[in-house]
Design a protein around this ligand. Structure first.
Ligand code: SF4
Length: 231
């Protein structure tokens, strides 16, 4: 699966100045039910208060990642109020013979943000507008938790999936060009919508399809739909 490769490269090039966070063996506690953090217990919300906010996940089979977490902007201990927030997750999966298997893996990986709960963090995610806001508790800040522990805990969760070979996570708390990253994330989301369409066995008719723009831009989508139609 190479469909997202150009978009992944565009994001990585836009975040070239992001710093590498240390690998951390200290994992935060997780559960599969999103915890509730009330406003009175919240230090701040990443992406809260209508700040610029975007989250995206892109999958490939032929780009290897460094199993590293990156951060552009202030770390958690430097943030004093609701702040802008971006999160970009890149995952390398096995090269499945059948593209449908890759698509199923994408859906599995995407679902993680809706059910994984990390101690001290409460996620409010919306696939519709690509926002992922995260409340950070006062207790988490008091105990000195940083993006290093949070990011490495998330990274490990992605690496624990079967058929996942490598991954990277980028956090952004200070955007150089939010609109640019938001527009790339939108294309990633539209590419996934097109895959949804293709594997839903919707008729191959680009003239009436609302995904034509993205299929014109991303190499391989039309070929994949055509191939799938012939099966
Ligand atoms: S290939 Fe054509 S019909 Fe298929 S999703 Fe893209 S625009 Fe729609």
């Amino acid at each position: 699966m190479r469909l997202y490769n150009n978009l992944i490269n565009e994001i990585k090039n836009s975040l070239i100045d992001a710093k590498v966070l240390n690998k951390s063996n200290k994992s935060l506690n997780t559960s599969d039910r999103n915890s509730v953090i009330f406003l009175s217990d919240t230090a701040f919300e990443l992406g809260g208060n209508n700040k610029p906010c975007v989250s995206s996940l892109a999958v490939t089979s032929d780009m290897a990642f460094s199993n590293t977490v990156y951060l552009q902007g202030p770390d958690l201990n430097e943030i004093k109020a609701d702040s802008p927030f971006g999160k970009f997750v890149f995952v390398q999966v096995e090269d499945f013979e059948n593209e449908q298997d890759t698509f199923n893996k994408i859906k599995e990986l995407e679902a993680l943000r809706y059910h994984l709960s990390v101690d001290g963090f409460m996620t409010r995610a919306s696939a519709l507008n690509m926002r992922e806001q995260i409340r950070v508790s006062k207790n988490a800040i008091k105990s000195g938790v940083s993006f290093t522990e949070y990011g490495n805990t998330l990274l490990q969760e992605y690496l624990n999936f079967t058929n996942v070979k490598s991954a990277e996570i980028y956090f952004v708390t200070d955007f150089n060009d939010f609109e640019k990253l938001n527009s790339i994330a939108k294309k990633i989301s539209q590419t996934t919508s097109a895959l949804n369409h293709i594997f839903d066995n919707v008729m191959f008719d680009c003239s009436t399809c609302n995904l034509k723009e993205i299929c014109d831009e991303v190499d391989g989508l039309k070929e994949l739909h055509l191939k799938n139609t012939k099966k």
